[in-house]
Design a protein around this ligand. Structure first.
Ligand SMILES: Nc1nc2c(ncn2[C@@H]2O[C@H](COP(=O)(O)OP(=O)(O)O)[C@@H](O)[C@H]2O)c(=O)[nH]1
Ligand SMILES: [Mg+2]
Length: 322
């Protein structure tokens, strides 16, 4: 039996080890994942994806843990992905998070996975989007996506998530810093966590002021205060998420986003395939390699390769003249 057929059977039997193995295949960019997904076509449905982003130490993992408990309380199943773009490893978890998550270890309807994606084309997005698809096919209702890293990964998470939560803490919410990080644009919900510390109300006010300065949008980002360590405010957080979800669905934005995501994925796939094909071609074609050294620029060789395998991909502005 083909291994992907085995895996599909494990999915149908609800064996999470099958899911874990399938995600490992995704991280290795194993092409058989496609066949697995095809044999699970009847089960593919998108889970609702919450992205948690914000500076280290703001309480994202603690919030994620709280939301897991909230969802489990309603008997919904939930998968967690901790995205660590700096780590080439997968399957592990940061020690503190592992301890915190241990309470869910015996619950088969909670699945926790940390994903590193350094060195992959498309970074964390390619692997986590496919992992989310597998989690949906497995039957998970929600996926909580936490970024461990900073910088680019936040934007990637926002592109993947249905609702993006930007987590801030009192004192950290100094406006200049937020605008610089480009975070205003990606937030659907602002979470002022550690609201037990002084200054929470001021941070809320600063966010509100910034929202008032920005352009008017169809969805006005909500601001909630939480104390993740005690669970205070988690109901408000979920309510804000739910309001956003309802808005996205009613306005057609959810569908537009899904389309944009799939376009991203298809384009990334073309890039990945073309890149692999190009490397094979370069390594098996000495004249092409010689030409590279003669030209000392990659354009002509790149165009030549694309001409051989689908030349219309060369962007017009970059085409050779004449
Ligand atoms: N005072 C206070 N501490 C918190 C709160 N939420 C999380 N913490 C603590 O902040 C630290 C960092 O939390 P963590 O969830 O690991 O942050 P992350 O790096 O964003 O994932 C931990 O020591 C938490 O116990 C909160 O609401 N209030
Ligand atoms: Mg964390």
């Amino acid at each position: 039996m083909a291994p992907e057929r085995d895996l599909a059977a494990e999915f149908r039997a609800g064996n999470v080890r099958g899911l874990a193995r399938a995600i490992t295949l995704v991280e290795q960019r194993d092409p058989s994942v496609r066949h697995l997904l095809e044999s699970l076509a009847d089960r593919i449905r998108r889970p609702y994806v919450l992205g948690f982003t914000g500076a280290p130490g703001t309480g994202k993992s603690t919030l994620v843990d709280g939301v897991v408990r909230l969802l489990r309380g309603w008997d919904l199943s939930v998968a967690v992905i901790a995205v660590d773009p700096n780590s080439p490893y997968s399957g592990g978890a940061i020690l503190g998070d592992r301890i915190r998550m241990q309470r869910h270890a015996l619950d088969p309807r909670v699945f926790i996975r940390s994903m590193g994606a350094r060195g992959h084309l498309g970074g964390v997005s390619v692997a986590s989007r496919e992992a989310i698809r597998l989690m949906g096919a497995f039957g998970f209702d929600f996926v909580l996506l936490e970024t461990v890293g900073v910088g680019q990964s936040e934007l990637e998470v926002a592109a993947i998530a249905d609702t993006t939560l930007v987590v801030l803490t009192p004192g950290l919410g100094d406006g200049v810093q937020m605008i610089k990080a480009g975070i205003m644009e990606i937030a659907d919900v602002f979470v002022v966590n550690k609201a037990d510390l002084p200054g929470a109300q001021r941070t809320v006010q600063e966010i509100r002021n910034m929202l008032n300065m920005g352009p008017k949008q169809a969805w006005r980002p909500q601001i909630v205060q939480t104390v993740a360590s005690s669970g205070d405010g988690l109901d408000d957080l979920y309510e804000a998420v739910d309001r956003h979800r309802t808005h996205q669905e009613a306005s057609g934005e959810a569908r537009a986003q899904e389309e944009a995501r799939l376009k991203d994925e298809a384009a990334d796939l073309v890039a990945e395939w073309a890149r692999g094909e190009a490397r094979r071609l370069l390594d098996s074609d000495p004249p092409l390699a010689r030409r590279l050294l003669e030209d000392r620029t990659p354009y002509a060789a790149a165009e030549e390769m694309l001409r051989q395998r689908g030349g219309s991909l060369v962007p017009e502005a970059a085409r050779a003249e004449g």
